[in-house]
Ligand binder design. Structure first.
Ligand code: DC
Length: 209
């Protein structure tokens, strides 16, 4: 792989989105929010009344969509950004993300995205360090206490965050787990800026050594 990728993984509310976004901005790299991709597929399936548990139908839907994440998330040109965190999407997205046919389509698109960037890409999401970009320049696994993660996801509630933790770590297709060579960063009590500074230091060490 010739392109530069920083892959960031971790559970819901660990700070992945904010840290990855700010890191991309600090480096002048592109940013890819892969959770938003699974959420966008879920939004589209719900609006087309596709049964989220129907593996084949969901796989076909995911294959045929035109998906963009920048500057806003769109599906077939329709802006779905403000729908990504609806309650029914929070509920349904774990089912969609556990579907291996959907995952294959998303992984393909994620690799294509990174390969098309002229500088580097900061990518965040479950399985990004383990499956999608195991050869990434730098792999980071973010953690934070459950209390802090629930606070950050205040609109979602503790039960929903806990349910998603269980669903994401125990599913068969690409469960959430730390890559053996990932750097671990506990973001409890740390600002986004502090987390970004730390990762930039790691990157400097890696690229200088
Ligand atoms: O990070 P998030 O909450 O927006 O992710 C939404 C869901 O998609 C969550 O259940 C985990 C899943 N997901 C995944 O399985 N693989 C990814 N690369 C990104 C997200």
């Amino acid at each position: 792989m010739s392109e530069q990728v920083i892959a960031i993984d971790g559970p819901a509310g660990s700070g992945k989105s904010s840290v990855a976004r700010a890191l991309a901005e600090a480096l002048g790299w592109s940013f890819l929010d892969t959770g938003a991709m699974y959420r966008a597929v879920t939004v589209e399936a719900i609006s087309r009344c596709v049964d989220l548990t129907n593996e084949r139908a969901m796989g076909q839907l995911a294959e045929g969509l035109t998906l963009a994440t920048l500057p806003r998330v769109t599906v077939n040109g329709r802006d779905v950004q403000d729908e990504l965190r609806r309650d029914d999407v929070n509920e349904g997205v774990s089912i969609v993300a556990a579907n291996p046919l959907v995952r294959a389509q998303m992984v393909r698109r994620q690799r294509e995205f990174a390969a098309a960037q002229s500088l580097g890409t900061v990518v965040e999401g479950r399985d990004i360090t383990t499956v999608v970009f195991p050869e990434a320049t730098l792999k980071v696994f973010l953690t934070a206490s459950l209390e802090e993660r629930v606070r950050r996801r205040s609109s979602e509630g503790k039960d929903s965050v806990e349910r998603r933790d269980v669903a994401d770590t125990t599913r068969e297709a690409s469960p959430l787990r730390k890559a053996d060579d990932a750097f671990v960063l506990d973001t409890t009590g740390r600002s986004v800026h502090e987390a970004v500074e730390e990762i930039v230091q790691w990157l400097k060490h890696l690229t200088l050594s």
